[in-house]
Design a protein. Structure first.
Length: 131
């Protein structure tokens, strides 16, 4: 017996990423100015320092797209047993994480890059399970 049907792993991984990205989006939108200041400091010694708001908007778009795809995908996975939407959501999530990884490596934040790797591994496991 399971509370999730036959897709427990897929559902839990999807919920994990929905929560993660949703809170990230919320944090950026609620404190946009603080977020820009934080990333200006983080990338202050790089060539990216002058385009931080532009880059944050691009990241926000990827995060919103990911949450939408994962949310609709979760619905279709549970109700219709359709996996493709949630798989595409996890693929966009993986691209988003790679963008984060490049940023962390760009500023030589190796600890931050290592933290992203943990998310990326779980993301790839989710894609693998859905394949």
């Amino acid at each position: 017996m399971s509370i999730f049907n036959e897709h427990a792993s897929e559902i839990l991984i999807t919920l994990f990423f929905i929560i993660t990205y949703f809170l990230s989006i919320l944090e950026k939108l609620v404190d946009w100015k603080g977020t820009v200041i934080y990333y200006n400091n983080h990338f202050g010694k790089t060539i990216l320092k002058n385009i931080i708001p532009f880059l944050l908007i691009k990241v926000l778009i990827f995060e919103i797209l990911t949450v939408l795809l994962l949310t609709f995908g979760l619905y279709y996975l549970v109700i219709e047993d359709v996996k493709i939407i949630v798989k595409i959501g996890l693929e966009i999530s993986a691209i988003t994480l790679l963008i984060f990884l490049v940023g962390q490596r760009f500023v030589k934040d190796y600890q931050g890059a290592m933290n992203i790797t943990v998310y990326f591994i779980l993301n790839i496991i989710g894609i693998y399970i859905l394949t």
